[in-house]
Every structure is written in structure tokens, then in C-alpha cells.
Write a protein that binds this ligand. Sequence first.
Ligand SMILES: NC(=O)c1ccc[n+]([C@@H]2O[C@H](COP(=O)([O-])OP(=O)(O)OC[C@H]3O[C@@H](n4cnc5c(N)ncnc54)[C@H](O)[C@@H]3O)[C@@H](O)[C@H]2O)c1
Ligand SMILES: [Zn+2]
Ligand SMILES: [Zn+2]
Length: 346
Amino acid sequence: ETGQQRRSHGHPLFRLPSPRKNNPSSFLTCSMIPPALRRQYIYRARHSFVPHQNHKQPTNQLQSRSRNERSRSIFLFEFPERSSGLMATAGKVIKCKAAVAWEAGKPLSIEEVEVAPPQAMEVRVKILYTALCHTDVYFWEAKGQTPVFPRILGHEAGGIVESVGEGVTELVPGDHVLPVFTGECKDCAHCKSEESNLCDLLRINVDRGVMIGDGQSRFTISGKPIFHFVGTSTFSEYTVIHVGCLAKINPSAPLDKVCVLSCGISTGLGATLNVAKPKKGSTVAIFGLGAVGLAAMEGAKMAGASRIIGVDLNPAKYEQAKKFGCTDFVNPMDHTKPVQEVLVEM
Ligand SMILES: NC(=O)c1ccc[n+]([C@@H]2O[C@H](COP(=O)([O-])OP(=O)(O)OC[C@H]3O[C@@H](n4cnc5c(N)ncnc54)[C@H](O)[C@@H]3O)[C@@H](O)[C@H]2O)c1
Ligand SMILES: [Zn+2]
Ligand SMILES: [Zn+2]
């Protein structure tokens, strides 16, 4: 159980307490947010940031304190173990807790796992926060897929570099990072292109359960290998990730909030702003109002769409979606004809 369980409560995959109220738009600066959008996020952070008294951080890793009690928007994170505690484990196997999926569709069980040191071009990360994306559920159910079990799922997370393997020059222990399942080698035609990010080396591979460098897993339980998931496996207190699948972020960004940039927010915002590219004043319909849909909605609002129709089977989603710019809501269950026909007539 690590950090923000934003989308986990109630699902059989996890049985955890309800998440506290979280406003995913209250980010501080983050190097992953393009400068044009950053201003908006900073603006939002100033108006909606949760005061630090409610801001739970594991006390032995991070201490947060408000620099200015009045503004509530500026937080300083300190990392006291930067050069001592965490580095002491470099080069050694770490034993820690992880949520292991032994079989498709069976509840995860918390196990003690051994995490091997990072090899060439790899980084071992201490995961402080991990969220649950529907893609984890999909590969946990593993319906109609090549089953890869036992496996440690999880890909939407935030953590701190514990140690780095040979050849890693861009990250050092103590850096704050977000894992990304579609990495960048920075060298292939896709990485050099502005049109694609489907890296030849590090593009998502849902069937591979091992590290790309040597074809081995870095996780074991009593010597038995446990497979990785999309190169991230963040349902573990420590994980090993290829350096190209980590984005270094500003250490003042609160990891429990920016962890959702690691998948849901970037997926949704990117789908709207980089792919659909709606024109100012246009009408947009978004199907499914989870983290991805709400981020897509926020993108539509940023792009200046004047009408944003949210479509979801769950009527309770409308209230939340209004905060992200939803002007109209359609529940397909309220109609007898196909929902696309309902939308065309609106
Ligand atoms: N990079 C990627 O390609 C990428 C990244 C993240 C998530 N995903 C996928 O995006 C989807 C959404 O992910 P999420 O984490 O936001 O999920 P989520 O479970 O948080 O939200 C899904 C929403 O869709 C609604 N819904 C389900 N069936 C529907 C239907 N038939 N019509 C309308 N609404 C329906 C649900 O009520 C829910 O509100 C998942 O399929 C996930 O696997 C893809
Ligand atoms: Zn995801
Ligand atoms: Zn590449």
C-alpha cells in the first residue's frame, strides 16, 4: 500500500481505505508540463492547493514545510537521507514489500521481495506514491492475453532515485522522478522525430516481463523470479527502471499529486492537445470520465472548446466533470438509441 489510492477503493484488486479528496489539477511546477501550460497549473495551485498539515509524506524520507503560511502555495521538500540512508543500499539487494499478482484476476498479495541492484542504464527507484490506472486492472484480469504471472503491476507513480547502474549520467541518487512506460532512447528515428514517440527500444511492451538489457527480472521471492510490468512495476517499495523510462522532475513538486502525470494526465491531455487538437469554439465529446477522460476534458477546455459533452455510464461522474469543463452530460443508459446518434442530434 503506497501513497495515493486515487482510483483503487472498492475494486477487488485492492481493498484499501477510501482515498482522501484529491484535486489532480493542484500541481506545482513540474518539468514535464510544457511552459505554456505551466502557468495555468501554478495559478491553480495557488488557488486550490491542500495545506501541508493535510499533506501526508512518509516522515523518514521527506519533510514538507510551508515557507509562507499565508500563501499556502509554496512548499519546500527536503530530502535528509540524500547522501546517507539511501546510498547505503547501493549495489546491494534490497528486501522490501511489493503487491504481487500471482494469477490473473486473483487479489494481489503483499509479499517481501528482493530487488536486485540496477544494471547498465538502469535506475533503482524508491516509490513513494503509486496510483491505480485502469490499464493495471486490464492486465491483471488478463482476459484474452498472454498471461505473464507472477507479476508486479503498476505504472503511474512518483519516487526518488536510490541508486543508478553503469552508464547512467543523467540521474543521481536523490533525484525525483516519474516513471513513463513509453520511454525514450533519444537515439532512434522515432525519438528524433517530432511526430512520434514510439521509441524503437523503449516503446511499451505489455508481454515482456524482464529487463531489456539482459532479459532477466530484478525481482525475486526466495530466488524465484517475479515478472516486471511495462518496464515500471511501481506496486513495489523499490523498483528497477531503464533510465530512458524515467522523467526527472522539479523536487518541489508534491509527488503524491504529480504521480498522476506519469500516465493518466499525460494520456488524457495529450490525446486532446496533441492528437485531436480541437479548434477554439468547437464541440467535443469525451467517453469515460476517469482520470484519462477528465484530463482529456481539461485539454479541451484549454484548447477553448465551447461545448464539452461528457459520456459515462456512471451519473455520479457529472458533478466532478463540471470542474474540468463539462458543459453537458450523457448517460447512454438513459437512451434507447446508440449514444453516437444521441450526440449527433445534440
Ligand atoms: N496511454 C494509454 O493508451 C492509456 C493510458 C491510460 C489509460 N488507458 C486506458 O484508458 C481507459 C481509461 O482509463 P482510466 O484509468 O481513466 O479508467 P477509469 O476506470 O478511471 O475510468 C473509466 C470511466 O469510463 C466509464 N465507462 C466504462 N464503460 C463505459 C461505457 N461503455 N461508456 C461510457 N463510459 C464508460 C466508467 O464509468 C469510468 O468512469 C482504460 O481503458 C485504460 O486502459 C490508456
Ligand atoms: Zn495508465
Ligand atoms: Zn528511441
